[in-house]
Design a protein around this ligand. Structure first.
Ligand SMILES: Nc1nc2c(ncn2[C@@H]2O[C@H](COP(=O)(O)OP(=O)(O)O)[C@@H](O)[C@H]2O)c(=O)[nH]1
Ligand SMILES: [Mg+2]
Length: 313
């Protein structure tokens, strides 16, 4: 596992696109005594362009009003204010995924559109839980594509956890049922179930996910304990629509955002926190098994704003 500074550096460089936009609009600010209205408008625009959402952008700009800083404020000061306000929104929703279910296993259903990073995130979660000495089992519930089943088997092998898989085209709910029985039999602490993400067929997806949930609940009333939606940070505003759809079709209980190491647009996670208030469990900062981090609101806010420290001034 990499050092904290390593993953923070990845997060920072990934979020640079958002903070650079902000940075670009802040150039020329130095030496100005206070922020005039044009400058405040430019900052507000930059914040909205970074996907933070108009409401938060408005609140931040209100914080920067000249009467609050009679002796002026420099770029670092502005970034610190942005980080503090963003951290305030994120702090209440930061909630790591813990294994608490009794009786065991804790059943985690992982949903999201194709390519968002579901299978990779499952591998990372399996690795994380296995490192904590939990018994983990995986279920290859994306039965639509043969490659998806193979991919999960390979990741399971790397993480050293068993994978329950069926044939391509097999009934996903039937597989989930089989996997839950196997997890109970094996005394597993955690069962993580992969799913297909064909958003273009919303009715079909809804049927499939509802059936998986129904079958699980019949076998174990509390299952699935978690329905985790995986979001790709590079898709920006699309993430909000995906939350809406998957909340409706699958009853999402929490979020993981992946690809924050790339040309990310992580600001949308802040807008999502404001709009939906769903727990944010973790963030993905790379393709490797160790590249999943618990969601730290102060670090995230500071990285997004390009600020020195997280949320504290
Ligand atoms: N850079 C980066 N790539 C990721 C991350 N998570 C997933 N990926 C990549 O995204 C692609 C799709 O991931 P996959 O898990 O197959 O998505 P799925 O279709 O939702 O199961 C793969 O190439 C992954 O390696 C991440 O946090 N960072
Ligand atoms: Mg997959």
């Amino acid at each position: 596992m990499s050092e904290p500074t390593g993953w923070l550096a990845k997060l920072r460089s990934g979020l640079a696109r958002s903070s650079d936009r902000l940075g670009a609009n802040l150039t020329g600010l130095f030496g100005t005594a206070t922020l005039d209205q044009d400058r405040l408008d430019a900052i507000e625009e930059a914040l909205i362009a970074s996907d933070l959402g108009p409401a938060l952008a408005g609140r931040i700009v209100a914080q920067l009003a000249p009467e609050k800083y009679p002796r002026g404020i420099d770029e670092a000061g502005v970034r610190a204010v942005v980080a503090a306000e963003v951290a305030k929104v994120l702090a209440p929703v930061a909630r790591p995924l813990h294994v608490t279910a009794f009786p065991r296993p804790q059943v985690i259903l992982v949903v999201g559109v194709n390519g968002s990073g579901k299978t990779t995130t499952i591998a990372k979660l399996a690795h994380l839980f296995a490192e904590q000495d939990y018994q983990v089992m995986l279920a290859a519930g994306d039965t639509f594509r043969a490659a998806a089943i193979e991919q999960l088997k390979i990741w399971g092998g790397r993480a050293g956890v068993p994978v329950i898989a069926g044939e391509q085209g097999a009934d996903a709910a039937g597989l989930a049922f089989t996997a839950l029985a196997a997890a109970r039999e094996a005394g597993s602490d955690v069962l993580i179930i992969d799913t297909a993400g064909r958003l273009q067929n919303k009715a079909g997806l809804m049927d499939e996910l509802a059936k998986i949930k129904r079958v699980l609940a019949k076998a174990m009333p509390a299952a699935p304990h978690d329905v985790v939606l995986v979001l790709d940070a590079t898709t920006g505003q699309n993430a909000l629509q995906q939350i809406e759809v998957f909340r409706e079709v699958a009853g999402v209980t929490g979020l993981v955002m992946t690809k924050l190491d790339g040309t990310a647009r992580g600001g949308v996670l802040v807008a999502a926190a404001e709009r939906f208030g769903l727990p944010i469990h973790a963030v993905g900062v790379g393709e490797g098994m160790g590249d999943l981090r618990p969601f730290d609101p102060a670090d995230f806010a500071a990285a997004l704003a390009g600020a020195e420290t997280g949320g504290v001034r």
